[in-house]
Write a protein of this length. Sequence first.
Length: 119
Amino acid sequence: MERNDFSDRRKCLRTPLDLEVEVSQVLSEDPQLVENILCCKCRDISGAGISFYSMNSYPVQSILRLHIPLEDLHIKVMGKVMWGKKLPTAPTYVTGVQFLNIYEEDFQTLCSYVRTKCL
C-alpha cells in the first residue's frame, strides 16, 4: 500500500543524515525517462521527505526519482521538489523534496529510523 497523506510536513520527525543519495529528474510522465543520475549529499530526512545538497538546481514542483541507501534497506521513491535555494557561500543548492506514493513499509522504516536517531 502506498502513502499520499503528507499535507503537513511537520507531522513527521526529521533528523540530520550524512549519506549519499542518488537523485534524477523525471523528464516526462514515464518515470523511467530521467535526466542524469547525480550523487547528492543528504541534509536531513523524515518519513515525509528529504533535503539534500547538490550542484544542480531543481525547479519547484519538478518530480525526482530518489534512491536512498538506508543501512540494510535501499528505498526507491518518487518525490516532488517543494523548495530550493542557493547557498550564499558555495556553488551549492539545498533542495527540499516531499515523497510521493511511498510504500507503507518504507514509510514505517523511515519513521522508525528517524525516531531512533532523535532519542
